[in-house]
Every structure is written in structure tokens, then in C-alpha cells.
Design a protein. Structure first.
Length: 424
């Protein structure tokens, strides 16, 4: 492994994600509204064992030859190509959003979300939606090979600003958080930023500040002329979807409602953020009970919905996505990756966990063997594993993320196989 890069096995991040979820659950002032089922617990345990088995099988049987450190001195043109591709993709994306769909800052958040949920009608828009996800890759490659090239550093860093309009249009903190998390991972993996306790504290402070800023912007936008922020908080506290399965304690809820101003906002943000992070496991339990009873599995249509819609727009398949919108027993919640697999395959989703473990070990081996472009997938699956008990990052734009990374890896391998052998 090149001494320029920091690499840890991906399974460690899954362990970290599970431990972090457990820690947050111990400090959340909320309680489940029902008992967790034994069936779901068994499903979780067997799925994790299947993931471990996939790792072990790959470790034993998948072998690659050791090769020297990557020489990226000849790859500057590739980085400029990626920068151009990302800028064009985001330009197409915003044309689609603002001019084709009619998304606007003057719309309500719900109106914009409804418009975002409409499938793009033009294949060019789909192209933009897919390859915009490569916004992080030029900076990653620049920091590895050309960290003294100011022009490349400025242009590749600029790409991180391109996704930041989306969160304010759709009213979600998730996109802002993941953009800055990807940036942090790029800086840490390339050893541009040291992985120390001081660094983690700084990242925590940045997250808190972003959370406060984003909260205030959304509250200012969503609070009506006849409604104060305190009244809006009380309304959200009573109507939050998470409350159905993970309810704030009576004592803490009363404490929020009795507070005012900044204190009320801090208390609400605290419980709401922890509910947001922890509720997916309980949604998984609710879903497993429902699907075990109804057995209306989608056989892959839920996880790969965006990809299938894209193929349909290119007239490659016939596909009706309408049934996917109403397949979940509860809407506007996270169901975790395990939940998404259960929606599609039921108990056979455990096979998907085996494949996931195997594939992640392949990525580990590629990165350890100086296959630099695989760092793009490595970064994605770091996030995927950390948030494994929270959200399914492989659904939605996550599938575009993986597809765009694999497309670049395969394309460069085909076009420059002999010249870029150590690079790929």
C-alpha cells in the first residue's frame, strides 16, 4: 500500500457503525412504542453472519498479484476530463430541476420533493443525474498525484460546492452532511488531514454548526406568517413520523414544550436528530412483520428502482415503477439496508449480505494492491457501512454513485489497460 494513503478494512467501519448506533440509542430521550420481535433479531444476526462469511470466502479464494505503487504522473488529463464531466453533469442536472421540472426556491419544500420524485423524461438528464456523483473523484486523485498543482486543486475543490443547492430545495440535511463527510474522508485517506482525536472533534463541531445553520434556514422558510418558531417546533414534535415507533419520553417532551427560544430549539434538535438516526432499526422490525405476513416482495425493483427507470427511459426495458411508491407499510422513514433487501427478497435477502461482504473484500484487496481508482468505491462503502443501521445508501442516487464509479474504472481499464495497469 502506498504510504500516501490510509487504508483500513471495510468491515471495521461496519462494526464502528453498529457501535455508534448503539451509543446514540443509549442517550436518546425516547423509547420504542412496542417490543422488538425475535424474528427481526434473528434476521439481523443471520444477515451479519452472511456478511462475515462473504468476507472470509473472498479472503481465502480471491487472489490478486502484488504490484508496485501506482504511478499517476501521466494521469493529469484524466483528472481534467473528470472535472469537465462533473461540471457538465451538474449543469444538465440543474437544467432538469429548474427548467424541466419547475423546482424553485419559491416553492414549498414538499412541492419541490414531489417534483424531485418525478422521473426524468430525457436520457440526457439521466446522464447528468448519474455522473454528477463523481464530484469527489478529481480532488481525490489530485491530492494523491498533484497536490502542488494549484489549478487542479482549486477546480477539483470547487466541485464540492455543486451539490449544495439540492439540500435547500428539498429540505434535508442529509445531502449537506454526506457532501462534507465525503470531503473529510478524501482528506483523511490521502493523509491531507490527520486522523486524530482533535480532527474528529473539529468534524463534530462542523457537523453541529451545519446542523444549526440548516435548521434555522428551514425554520425560517417553513414557519408561516402567523406562526412563531416555538409554535412550529411544538407542531413538528407532535406530528413527527418517527414518533409512531420511537416516541420521545413524556418528561423530555414536556421539557421541550415548556422551553422557549434557543433552549427550545436545542432540545428539539437534540431529540429529533437522534430519532432521525436511530429510528430505522424499528422501522425494519415493523417492515419485517408486515412483509412476512403479506409476502409481496419486489424481487429487486425497490433497491434498483432508479436504475430500472433509467433503462426504461432509454427504451431498453419496459418497466412500471408505480407499485414501488406504495410498497412500504410506512412512508417517509428509513428502513436500513436490511429492510430494503427484505422488501425485495424476504429472507433470501441474506444472500445479498453474503455478496456484499464478498464484494467489499474485493475492494479492500484492490485498494491495498494500489488500484487507486477503487478508492472511489472504498469511500462509498465506508459511508455505507457506518450508516448501515440507519439508511440504505445503495438505493436512490447511491446506485448512480456506484454505477458511475464502476463505469470510470472499467472504461479506463479498457481504454488504457497496458499504460494504466498499475493505476487500475
Amino acid at each position: 500500500m502506498s504510504d500516501k494513503l490510509l487504508h483500513k478494512p471495510l468491515y471495521l467501519f461496519l462494526i464502528l457503525g453498529l457501535l455508534f448506533w448503539g451509543f446514540l440509542y443509549t442517550i436518546i430521550p425516547a423509547k420504542p412504542t412496542y417490543s422488538f420481535s425475535t424474528t427481526t433479531l434473528v434476521y439481523i444476526i443471520i444477515s451479519l453472519l452472511a456478511y462475515i462469511l462473504g468476507h472470509l470466502i473472498c479472503h481465502k479464494f480471491y487472489k490478486i498479484k502484488t504490484q508496485p505503487n501506482s504511478n499517476l504522473n501521466h494521469s493529469k488529463n484524466i483528472i481534467w476530463f473528470l472535472i469537465t464531466l462533473v461540471i457538465i453533469s451538474w449543469f444538465i442536472r440543474y437544467i432538469d430541476l429548474f427548467f424541466s421540472r419547475g423546482i424553485s426556491f419559491s416553492n414549498t419544500i414538499q412541492e419541490n420533493r414531489d417534483l424531485l420524485g418525478i422521473a426524468s423524461s430525457n436520457p440526457i438528464y439521466i446522464f447528468g443525474a448519474i455522473f454528477k456523483e463523481l464530484f469527489f473523484l478529481p480532488l481525490l486523485l489530485t491530492l494523491i498525484s498533484f497536490n502542488k498543482n494549484k489549478k487542479l486543486l482549486i477546480c477539483s475543490s470547487f466541485l464540492y460546492l455543486l451539490p449544495l443547492l439540492i439540500p435547500f430545495l428539498r429540505g434535508t440535511r442529509k445531502d449537506v452532511f454526506f457532501t462534507f463527510l465525503i470531503l473529510a474522508l478524501v482528506l483523511i485517506i490521502t493523509k491531507t488531514m490527520a486522523l486524530k482525536l482533535k480532527t474528529l472533534i473539529k468534524l463534530g463541531v462542523v457537523f453541529i454548526v451545519l446542523n444549526i445553520v440548516f435548521y434555522n434556514l428551514l425554520m425560517n422558510r417553513e414557519t408561516g406568517e402567523t406562526q412563531t418558531k416555538d409554535q412550529k417546533i411544538d407542531e413538528l414534535l407532535d406530528k413527527a413520523t418517527y414518533n409512531d415507533l420511537l416516541q420521545p419520553t413524556v418528561l423530555f417532551e414536556e421539557k421541550i414544550k415548556a422551553s422557549k427560544g434557543i433552549k427550545k430549539a436545542i432540545l428539539f434538535n437534540y431529540v429529533h436528530t437522534l430519532q432521525y438516526y436511530c429510528h430505522g432499526v424499528f422501522e425494519l422490525d415493523y417492515l419485517v412483520k408486515d412483509k412476512t405476513k403479506n409476502k409481496d416482495y419486489l424481487k429487486g425493483e425497490y433497491n434498483f428502482n432508479l436504475f430500472l427507470k433509467a433503462l426504461e427511459k432509454f427504451n431498453l426495458i419496459e418497466y412500471d415503477s408505480s407499485k414501488v411508491h406504495f410498497i412500504l407499510p410506512r412512508q417517509s422513514t428509513y428502513i436500513t439496508f436490511l429492510g430494503a433487501m427484505f422488501v425485495d427478497f424476504g429472507w433470501l435477502g441474506i444472500i445479498g449480505m453474503f455478496c456484499l461482504g464478498y464484494f467489499q473484500n474485493v475492494i479492500d484487496k484492490k485498494v491495498k494492491n494500489n488500484n487507486t481508482l477503487y478508492l472511489s468505491l472504498y469511500i462509498f462503502f465506508i459511508m455505507f457501512n457506518i450508516f448501515f443501521p440507519v439508511i440504505n445508501l445503495l438505493r436512490g442516487t447511491g446506485i448512480y454513485f456506484v454505477f458511475s464509479c464502476l463505469t470510470i474504472i472499467i472504461s479506463l481499464n479498457i481504454l488504457f489497460k497496458s499504460k494504466f495497469r498499475t493505476y487500475l
